[in-house]
Structure formats: C-alpha cells, structure tokens
Design a binder for this molecule. Structure first.
Ligand SMILES: *[C@@H]1O[C@H](CO)[C@@H](O)[C@H](O)[C@H]1NC(C)=O
Ligand SMILES: *[C@@H]1O[C@H](CO)[C@@H](O)[C@H](O)[C@H]1NC(C)=O
Ligand SMILES: *[C@@H]1O[C@H](CO)[C@@H](O)[C@H](O)[C@H]1NC(C)=O
Length: 405
C-alpha cells in the first residue's frame, strides 16, 4: 500500500530540463556564454572573494566517442555545456554549486569542513510518521517553485543563439522530472526528423554516475527546501518484490520481466557492495569510445555546475552516504559471494554498472519510467518529440500530468 502510494508519487519523475541556474539565463549570460553567478555570502562571482571558487573556461574532454551518434553540432547537449556556456564556476576545496554556495556531497557546515555520513534507510523500516513526513516533503516540493533553477522551453537555435532566452519557472519536484526527460530525449534533426539512438543517461556506463548524481542533487534540494538536513531518500529492496519472483540469478540477475533489455533488479546489493568495498580503479570506467556523453571525462547532461561521469564512479561513502543494511552486514559474506565476479570485472563492466544502480527506490522507479517514456515516445512521438522541448503550455502539462496517475 505504502509502496503503491510511493510508486504513484514517484511516477511523476517520468518526464520533465536542463538544470539551468536562473541567474545564468539572461540574454547577456547566454551571449557571453558565461555562468558565474555571485555567491550571496559576499556578492562576488563564484564566491571568489571568500576563496570559494572562480570563474574559469570549461575544458572539454576530447576522448573519442562511440559510433552511435553520427552527427556533430546538431544537439544542444553535445559537448555539454558548451552550446550554452564556456565559462562556469570552478569551486575550490569542499565547495560546490553553480556559484560555489553549497558543500560537496558528504560535507557540511559554513566552511564545508565537517564530514558526515548520511544513512539511507529501507523504506520498510520507516515508522508511519517518518513515511508520512517523506510523502509530505514530496508534496511540498511539488508545490514550491524552484528559486534557483528554471527550464528551457526551446532549443538554443530557437532562442536565436541566446539572444531571445526561453525559460520557465518549474516546481522543485518537476525540475527533476524534466531533467530526466531532457537527458534522454531524442535528437531533433530539423523538420520532423529525429535521431533516437542517443541517451546521455541510459544504456551505457553513464547510467550509474548520472543517476547517483541525480539522486544526490534531489536529496540536497529536499534538504534545502525542508530545512531537514538529515533527510535521505529511502531505498527499496527489490529482492522482496513480488514481480521479481522470476529473478533466479541471485546476483547479477536474469532479465527484467518488463523489459528484456534491462537487467533484473535483483542483484543491486551486490553491485553496490562491489563498488563500495573494492573501490575499483577509475580505469574500469571507460575513458573513450563510450556512447556520446558517457565517457569518463564527459560532463553529465544537463547539470550545471559541471560533474564528470568518473567523479561519481567511487564508493558511496566518499559521496557522503551509506545504506542502512550495509552498516551491519557481515563483510565476508559479501566478499565471498562476489569474488567470482571480480575476476571478470573489466569485461563485464557495463553490466556491473547497470546492475549497480537499479537499487534505491527512486532508481527502481526510474527504470520503469524509462520504459514508460519509451512507450510514450512511440505513442506520442508526433505531438511531443517533433516539437522541440515544450513550446505550448498544454504540452508541458500533458507531459507532467501523465505521471500523476
Ligand atoms: C566563449 O564564448 C564567447 C561568446 O561566443 C566568445 O566570445 C569567447 O571567446 C568564448 N571563450 C572561450 C574561452 O571559448
Ligand atoms: C546562430 O549561430 C549559428 C552558428 O554560429 C549561425 O549559423 C546562425 O546563423 C546563428 N543564428 C542566429 C539567429 O543568430
Ligand atoms: C540531524 O542529525 C544530527 C545528528 O544526529 C542532529 O544533531 C541534528 O539535530 C539533526 N538535525 C535536524 C534538523 O534534525
């Protein structure tokens, strides 16, 4: 029941933008291609006067891409974020954020020097008041306009290369819905032509780092919104779920019953544990020739400030969070259980990475969402994909509403 409610609510993650700082969407910003807003604390760009960061040129990776996307210069998300900006805040030390106003994940305090580990708890371990609180937070997010971010309602071309900005307000909840849509939408090739074989967050190694960052940012936005600095997203242990009865493979899992192209979610614990315990070298994550946007040094679409895929291919503890079940698990059990897989790690990395994420409640739901989006695309391709981004208010609403079951 609770899960059903949760499902309904989280379903709304299905669709919705670029993570554009409101402070960077004037025509001046877009034409100068600069996104270095002042930090409130001292009024200087990137909090430079307080040593928090500085405005710097973006350095793009030039590692070769896989062959899946045979175009260049047709999609705003290519070489992210260079179509929109070529200068952003680069933060020093433990500072983070589009104006270096936040702390890196896992750090707290006015100077971001306190290290703290957040614990994500099993949804079934929450008390009823805790569950209600979680749902209330989601509702609040759904009804609160994001003070920091807006979404683009047209492509860069439609904005006349930035001279006529097209951005809309959005509530905090839908902001994340929109980001998920933006990162996985098809490429508009002009007229009614689209290119489907592109996705900056799925079907390739970027899946893990992208969804990790997505959830961490979402968690952070909820913390800011509610003032509850201890808020963490609960996770759902898929292994207990009825629709996983067919998952006979205890670890790496069989096929997802709903979509044979997706991994069974049954094995996610092992993979998380694998990443956490064995701290695979960054080399395991492909540096080059991954599909567009998925190389190790690629900046993840559509996040601003910039985050590289490789930066999130690390232990969750290094990102400041942990799962409650891991806190009291027996280490050797996992160690032994996983060992056979380790040897093959470099050969099966896409699989491991894919399996790694399908774990927390949200990622679980997002998996379903992807399927839905795809189905939805097939159905609504003309009304939706051929109209770059969301030009009409109605489109926008239908896109968001389909999730509200
Ligand atoms: C950034 O873009 C602006 C506007 O197109 C241009 O004038 C400037 O030379 C670019 N800077 C870099 C470092 O590419
Ligand atoms: C936008 O920039 C492109 C490439 O620099 C150029 O071909 C095009 O004419 C520009 N469009 C407008 C409306 O300025
Ligand atoms: C968060 O947790 C810490 C440590 O348990 C506690 O000291 C603090 O008061 C909590 N903050 C809130 C807002 O509940």
């Amino acid at each position: 029941m609770i899960l059903a409610v949760l499902y309904c609510l989280l379903w709304s993650f299905q669709t919705s933008t670029g993570h554009f700082p409101r402070a960077c969407t004037s025509s001046k910003n877009l034409m100068e291609k600069e996104c270095c807003p002042p930090w409130r604390g001292d009024g200087s760009p990137c909090g430079q006067l307080s040593g928090r960061g500085s405005c710097q040129n973006i350095v793009l990776s030039n590692a070769p891409l896989g062959p899946q996307f045979p175009f260049t210069g047709v999609d705003d998300r290519e070489a992210w974020p260079s179509v929109f900006y070529n200068r952003t805040c680069q933060c020093f030390g433990n500072f983070m954020g589009f104006n270096c106003g936040n702390c890196k994940f896992g750090f707290w305090g006015p100077k971001c020097t306190e290290k703290r580990l957040s614990v994500r708890r099993n949804i079934f371990d929450l008390s009823i008041p805790e569950k209600n609180k979680f749902l209330a937070y989601l509702t609040l997010a759904k009804h609160t306009t994001s003070p920091d971010y807006v979404i683009p309602t047209g492509t860069y071309g439609q904005m006349n290369n930035g001279s006529t900005p097209m951005f809309n307000d959005i509530n905090i909840y839908d902001l994340f819905v929109w980001m998920h849509y933006y990162v996985s939408r098809d490429t508009f090739l002009g007229g009614s032509e689209i290119w489907r074989d592109i996705d900056f967050a799925h079907e390739a190694p970027g899946f893990l780092p992208w969804h990790r960052l997505f959830l961490l940012l979402w968690e952070q936005e909820i913390q800011k919104l509610t003032g509850d600095e201890n808020f963490t997203i609960p996770y759902w242990d898929w292994r207990d779920a009825e629709n996983c009865d067919v998952c006979t493979d205890e670890y790496m899992g069989g096929r997802n019953p709903a979509n044979p192209n997706l991994l069974s979610p049954a094995s996610f614990f092992s993979s998380w544990q694998w990443l956490r315990k064995h701290r695979p070298l960054q080399e395991v994550y492909p540096e080059a020739n991954a599909p567009i946007g998925h190389n190790r040094e690629s900046y993840m679409v559509p996040f601003i400030p910039l985050y590289r895929n490789g930066d999130f291919f690390i232990s969750s503890r290094d990102l400041g969070y942990e799962y409650s079940y891991l806190q009291d698990s027996e280490p050797d059990f996992f160690q032994d259980y996983i060992k056979p897989y380790l040897e093959q790690a470099s050969r099966i990395w896409p699989w491991l990475i894919g399996a790694a994420v399908v774990g927390s409640v949200l990622t679980a739901v997002l998996g379903g969402i992807t399927i839905l989006i795809r189905r939805h695309r097939k159905r609504k391709q003309l009304s939706e994909e051929n109209q770059p981004l969301l030009m009409e208010k109605e489109d926008y609403h239908s896109l968001l509403d389909q999730s509200h079951l």
